[in-house]
Write a protein that binds this ligand. Structure first.
Ligand code: ADP
Ligand code: MG
Length: 291
């Protein structure tokens, strides 16, 4: 009998950009649609799955490994909203060691415990910090763990910079079996030019936006309740946006190898947008002319 293999998907982005919020809402939407989902937080901040679990604490894999030699799945996981299995890889003792170690240790342990097969997961989501894609943080896309990666970005330059770095890592590792890119999730867009800026960046790098999530109070409110939007406001338009992202992940498995900008190109591109934004703000050109 052939086992149905779980789909492993990594979601990257700079710190604070909305990775955990977006990943948790996608996990919740997938679970609501009947899929079995595991979410693995790969950020030393260890708060990836908080809003799937009513805001409760969860021991991290690295902390548990430090204290016990024999570990069971129940020691390092919690069942959250609609059965999503939540795991936090954790990080090193502050100031010591590589933050990427947690990811290696966690994935190694979960493989040893045969979790993915035993839990019969349809989707395993990795929520990965990606300000810089250093060796440790590249593990999910480098070592054949995730087959697909997405990046959460706003129109802020640092978020675009982190996305471009991920594109560099993917284009380096994809030819030898690493993950390929599913697309960009544009989050928290507010400025009138924001969508055009992100669209222009994806156009230049041979990638695409798979969904736009506007900044919204419903997201902040749900977070304060310790819940995803899917749980706290299931009838809201934002819940439908996250359901749309989840559907996209299920229905669109096609991926690309991005063409990242080099340092000089990225700088020139940023300057160009700086000039355009200045002209819009100064009223030299109308908003539509910036698009
Ligand atoms: P990350 O995991 O990338 O570090 P988080 O998902 O923790 O980022 O999000 C950082 C903050 O931004 C949180 O307070 C979250 O509620 C908020 N946030 C994320 N996306 C949105 C959005 N679309 N609208 C409003 N607030 C958002
Ligand atoms: Mg996070």
């Amino acid at each position: 009998m052939t086992e149905k293999r779980s789909k492993h998907i990594a979601i990257y982005g700079k710190g604070g950009i909305g990775k955990s919020t977006t990943t948790s809402n996608i996990a919740a939407a997938l679970a609501e649609a009947g899929y079995r989902v595991i979410q693995i937080g790969c950020d030393p901040k260890s708060d990836s799955t908080t809003i799937l679990r009513g805001g409760n604490e969860l021991p991290t894999v690295l902390d548990t490994l430090r204290e016990h030699s024999k570990i069971k799945i129940e020691d390092i996981s919690a069942v959250g909203f609609k059965g999503v299995l939540c795991i936090e890889a954790g990080g090193p003792v502050p100031g010591v060691g590589c933050a990427g170690r947690g990811i290696n240790a966690a994935v190694g342990l979960l493989q040893d415990l045969h979790l993915f097969e035993e839990y019969k997961a349809d989707y395993v989501l990795y929520d990965v910090l990606g300000d810089v894609v250093c060796g440790g943080f590249a593990v999910p896309i480098r070592d054949g763990i995730a087959e697909r990666a997405y990046v959460v970005s706003s129109s802020d330059f640092m978020a675009i910079y982190a996305a471009n770095n991920l594109f560099k890592a993917i284009s380096k590792y994809a030819p030898s079996g690493g993950a390929r890119l599913g697309g960009v999730i544009a989050n928290g867009l507010t400025a009138p030019y924001a969508e055009s800026l992100v669209d222009d960046f994806v156009g230049r790098t041979g990638t695409k936006v798979i969904g736009y999530v506007p900044r919204s109070l419903v997201v902040s409110q749900s977070e304060l309740y310790g819940q995803t939007v899917i749980e706290a406001s299931p009838g809201s338009s934002h819940a439908d946006i996250y359901r749309g992202l989840a559907r996209h992940l299920v229905e669109h498995e096609e991926t690309t190898i991005p063409a990242p900008l080099n340092g000089r190109e990225l700088k020139a591109w940023a300057r160009e947008w700086g000039d355009r934004i200045f002209e819009v703000e100064a009223g030299v050109i109308g908003e539509r002319a910036a698009i």
